[in-house]
Design a protein around this ligand. Structure first.
Ligand SMILES: *Cc1c(COP(=O)(O)O)cnc(C)c1O
Length: 244
């Protein structure tokens, strides 16, 4: 691939992968986390370039943008379509759409989403738009004193109850936990609490082992704390264009 943007993406992707490898080594881990490249605000062409460069898992945070992009990318790539991870605040009226293209939703943060997601998956299975269950991660609010500012995430003490509902829902698979590091605390401390919560969750749901944590700024801390999935945008794609 010789176009300048592909070369740029190739370089930044390699740099991020070097950071990941170094952090995995210094954490003494034997398994590297999976890299999800967050393509929000960037065009479908960049998503196509990334898949061709070997980034097979992409993340989006708005249904409208994600649905259109997933369609465009699928048209251009046919058999090598990426796995889409939905990582943004989800409204229940978008659950049906998300269930058509998403491999996983990282941002399940309330019981109200469970039934719409389940119905959406069953409909998409029926129509042939998807072939397997939807991985659902519970987004946890790691702030110690949390104003309800709509940024999403369920309180830590509500995780087990929500997990139960997801585990019982048809078409959904409880994958694990997701969190964004709070601003007012070191990411390392916050991610340690997430790891403890994950341990508790796995006592009841042994297969729900995913820990989705780590963005461009704090991926090393997340790897240190056992993250299994990283969500990296800026350090691969560059500064995001202003939202439209
Ligand atoms: C945008 C976004 C990311 C990626 O963040 P960067 O700082 O660009 O790496 C990760 N997680 C969520 C939930 C996001 O919305």
């Amino acid at each position: 691939m010789s176009d300048p943007r592909s070369q740029e993406l190739s370089k930044s992707l390699a740099a991020v992968n070097r950071r990941i490898d170094a952090a995995v080594a210094s954490a003494g881990r034997s398994v590297a986390p999976e890299l999800i490249v967050v393509t929000k605000y960037f065009p479908a062409e960049d998503a196509v370039r990334l898949v061709r460069l070997g980034a097979a898992q992409l993340g989006e945070n708005k249904d409208q943008e994600a649905a259109a992009k997933a369609k465009q990318v699928a048209e251009q790539l046919e058999n090598e379509s990426p796995r889409w991870h939905f990582i943004g605040q989800l409204q229940s009226n978008k659950a049906k759409s998300v269930a058509r293209y998403a491999h996983a939703v990282h941002s399940v943060d309330r019981g109200k989403l469970v039934a719409p997601l389940s119905r959406g998956v069953l409909a998409a299975l029926e129509s042939g738009e998807r072939t397997g269950s939807l991985q659902c991660l519970i987004q946890v609010d790691l702030r110690r004193s949390a104003p309800d500012d709509g940024r999403g995430g369920t309180a830590p003490d509500a995780v087990l109850g929500l997990a139960e509902r997801i585990a019982e829902a048809e078409g959904l698979e409880l994958g694990g936990l997701m969190a964004v590091a709070p601003l007012e605390e070191s990411p390392l401390q916050a991610f340690e609490r997430l790891a403890e919560l994950s341990q508790r969750l796995q006592e009841e749901h042994p297969t729900a082992a995913a820990i989705s944590a780590g963005m461009s700024q704090d991926l090393e801390d997340a790897i240190q704390c056992g993250a299994t999935h990283l969500r990296i945008g800026r350090d691969v794609l560059g500064e995001r264009p202003a939202p439209r």
